[in-house]
Write a protein that binds this ligand. Sequence first.
Ligand code: SAM
Length: 291
Amino acid sequence: GKKYIATPVKTKEILNKYSFSFKKSLGQNFLIDVNILKNIIHHAGIDKNAGAIEIGPGIGALTEQLAIHAEKVVAFEIDQRLLPILQDTLREYSNVDIIHEDILKANVHDVIKEYFEEDQEIHVVANLPYYITTPILMKLLREGLPVTSLTVMIQKEVADRMAAQPNTKSYGSLTIAIQYYTNAEVVMNVPKTVFMPQPNVESSILRLTTRKTAPVLVENEDFFFTIVQASFAQRRKTLRNNLTSHFKNEYDKETISVLLEEIGIDGTRRGESLSMEEFATLANAFYKYKS
Ligand code: SAM
């Protein structure tokens, strides 16, 4: 059969041919297992009409599978040294475009307009560089891109935090930030052996399904996220104490107690016990009082 890029033998062959040396600072851990890639593509919900946006194609392991299963693939790669390699490894796939750009600086809205059809279903699929997982995902979510899902390989500990439920150790402000924009689910844990070189941390595949409407109504989004962050500032402190120290220049302890009582949230609870709805109620009450 066909020799895919994502095998140890083929990957080594490509690395040797180009004397490529991994840059740790760019989070370069390439996938060398076709089954894992097929799992990622399956969980992403890619079909032959879909458009795919990839972040960090590396030598093209995932890009190749996307090219086979999707209608169109656009991949952002920051490392100039990989451009000639990708041109070689992906030469037989005419439905792939590589953009040499830092994803954190890219205008993804414009790229979508330029490369995909109107109304085409678009999925973000990536084995992300772990050093900037959260900035990349938060950028893409805040921009409100017209994408159906983001299915990404990331550090297991971060995936667990993004998909966490209340009253767990992993639940925190990152959970709320991600789940405000998406439905988050860890679809599978992945052994280190599928990477070259192997990362120091455990990995998981996380599927984020974007929401059509916000899950809670908040008066002011920035203030909502401020309240969430303040509530988790010191995890062992009560909600009331965290809010009191955050708003020490704005409200006295008494006012905070009264506000909490009015909305029926017990101030002796910990931030980690509050649902997203409760954070919204809290933020809206404080925002109203403020203005
Ligand atoms: N997709 C390939 C695979 O699975 O084998 C490579 C994944 S590797 C974990 C991460 C890739 O992201 C590398 O190719 C790296 O050069 C690239 N990268 C790192 N920072 C980036 C950035 N800011 N913008 C775009 N690509 C970046």
